[in-house]
Design a binder for this molecule. Structure first.
Ligand SMILES: [Zn+2]
Ligand SMILES: [Zn+2]
Length: 414
C-alpha cells in the first residue's frame, strides 16, 4: 500500500476548490541509506556535519553545506550553498538532513532551476513534502514559495535512530496541527477567511494515533516513529494543497518565529523548530483552555508606544516598522460572540485537548518553558500576533483587550 493514498489525485473539494495533490515518489525501505545514490542520475547530495556519515554516497557527489554546526535556514546559507555549487555539473539536488537543511536545499534548487528530492534523517518537521521554504531573510522570517520534492526517500533505521531531541521536536511540530486547525476554524468564523475540510480530514486520524503514542515514539518504537513521519508528510502536503501554511501553522508558529528571529539576530543558535513550536502550542492550548473554562481576564492593553518599544528592543527600527504595519492592517472580527465560538470549536477542542497536553508534557514542554525569563516570554507572546497577517486566538484576545492579562495568567501557571 502506498504510504499516502491521495498522492497524484485531483480532488473536487467541498471548499469549492479543485485540489491537485502532487505526484511525489515516496519510497520507505530498509537499508535505503546504503543505496541512496542508485535512485538518482546526475544528482548532488547536500549533507551537513551531522548527516555526512549517514548515507553511503561517493564523495565526489557530496556537498557539505557550510555555516554553523547546525546549518540554519537563512538566505545567507542558501547563497553560501549556491556558491559551493557554482562550478559543478548536476541536474538535481538531494538534501540529506532534517528541516533546516531541507529548506536551504529546496530554495537553492529554486534559484538554480534544478530538480529537488530529499532524504529526511528525522521525523522532526512537516517541511519535507511542503511547497514552501521558510527562511530568515535580513532578520525576518519569510515563507517563500518553493517546490515539492520529486522523490522523498525514507530509511526507517535512520529516522528511528535520529537524535532524541529531533523526536521531541517532531512531536512538538505535529502537535501544533491541532491549535493551527482551531485557529483556522476561528478565523473562518470571525474574519470570513476561506477554510478547507479535506486537509483536516486527511490528517486527523494519523494525528490522533501520533498524539496517543508519543511515549512509544520517544522509546523509538518503529511503527510509532513511522506513523509520526507519515503524519508529517501529510501535513506538508496539506500546505502544498492549500498553497500556504495555514493548515499547519497558527499562533504557536508565530511564537516560535519570534523566538527564532530574536536568537538569529543575536547570532545565537535557536532550539530545533519543533521544540520552539511546542512552547507556542502550549501557549495556544492554554488560550483555548481559558476560553472554554470561561476565565475572566481584566481589560487593559499596553499602549502602541509600549508595543513598539518591545519590537525595537527585540529586533530593530526597520523590522519594527514592518511588523507594525502588518499589525495595523490585520483583519478584525466584526462582532464577537464567545458562546457561538465555543459551540463551533467544542468538538474539535474536546477530541484533542487531553492527548495534545499529554503529548506536550511527554516531550518536555514544561522544561523548555522553564528556561525562559518570565518578562521575556510575556513579551514574546505579546508581540507574536504583530509579525504576520494571520488571525489566531491571540488576535481574538488582543481585540478583546485581554491579551496582557492572559499572558500573566498563563505565566502564573508555569
Ligand atoms: Zn512547523
Ligand atoms: Zn478544499
Amino acid at each position: 500500500m502506498r504510504l499516502i493514498e491521495f498522492l497524484g489525485k485531483t480532488i473536487e473539494c467541498s471548499c469549492g476548490k479543485t485540489h491537485r495533490v502532487p505526484e511525489i515518489e515516496i519510497v520507505c525501505a530498509q537499508g535505503l541509506s546504503e543505496r541512496l545514490a542508485e535512485f538518482f542520475q546526475n544528482a548532488l547530495f547536500v549533507v551537513d556535519q551531522n548527516t555526512v556519515s549517514i548515507p553511503k554516497i561517493p564523495s565526489q557527489k557530496t556537498v557539505v553545506a557550510q555555516g554553523s554546526q547546525r546549518v540554519l535556514a537563512t538566505m545567507e546559507n542558501v547563497k553560501m550553498l549556491l556558491d559551493l555549487l557554482a562550478d559543478k555539473e548536476y541536474k538535481e539536488l538531494v538534501s540529506v538532513g532534517s528541516g533546516s537543511l531541507t529548506d536551504i536545499v529546496r530554495y537553492c534548487s529554486v534559484l538554480s532551476a534544478k530538480d529537488f528530492s530529499c532524504f529526511p534523517t528525522a521525523p522532526s518537521v512537516d517541511a519535507y513534502s511542503s511547497s514552501v521554504a521558510p527562511l530568515i531573510v535580513d532578520g525576518v522570517k519569510k515563507t517563500l514559495p518553493a517546490k515539492v520534492p520529486r522523490k522523498i526517500l525514507i530509511d526507517p533505521d535512520v529516522i528511528v535512530n535520529c537524535p532524541i531531541d529531533l523526536l521531541r521536536a517532531g512531536i512538538g511540530d505535529i502537535s501544533s496541527k491541532v491549535t493551527a486547525r482551531l485557529d483556522w476554524v476561528l478565523a473562518n468564523y470571525l474574519t470570513g477567511e476561506q477554510i478547507c475540510d479535506f486537509v483536516w480530514d486527511d490528517l486527523k486520524d494519523s494525528l490522533k494515533k501520533v498524539l496517543t503514542s508519543t511515549k512509544q515514539i520517544l522509546h523509538r518504537d518503529r511503527s510509532s516513529v513511522l506513523e509520526l513521519m507519515r503524519a508529517q508528510l501529510i501535513s506538508g502536503l496539506n500546505i502544498t494543497i492549500i498553497g500556504n501554511s495555514r493548515p499547519a501553522s497558527g499562533a504557536e508558529h508565530l511564537i516560535s518565529h519570534v523566538l527564532e528571529m530574536y536568537q538569529e539576530i543575536r547570532g545565537e543558535i535557536p532550539l530545533f523548530h519543533g521544540l520552539q513550536v511546542a512552547v507556542g502550542t502550549y501557549v495556544s492550548l492554554k488560550a483555548y483552555d481559558a476560553l472554554f473554562e470561561d476565565i475572566h481576564f481584566a481589560k487593559g492593553s499596553p499602549s502602541p508606544q509600549e508595543r513598539r518599544k518591545i519590537l525595537v528592543d527585540f529586533f530593530n527600527e526597520q523590522i519594527a516598522d514592518e511588523f507594525e504595519s502588518v499589525y495595523l492592517s490585520k483583519k478584525k472580527a466584526a462582532n464577537i460572540d464567545l458562546g457561538r465560538i465555543k459551540d463551533l470549536l467544542k468538538d474539535l477542542y474536546l477530541s484533542y485537548r487531553y492527548s495534545l497536553e499529554a503529548s506536550l508534557l511527554s516531550m518536555g514542554v514544561k522544561e523548555l518553558l522553564s528556561k525562559y525569563d518570565r518578562k521575556f516570554l510575556k513579551e514574546v507572546i505579546f508581540i507574536s500576533n504583530t509579525i504576520r497577517d494571520r488571525y489566531t486566538i491571540l488576535d481574538l484576545y488582543d481585540q478583546l483587550q485581554v491579551l496582557d492579562d492572559f499572558c500573566e495568567w498563563f505565566l502564573d501557571q508555569l
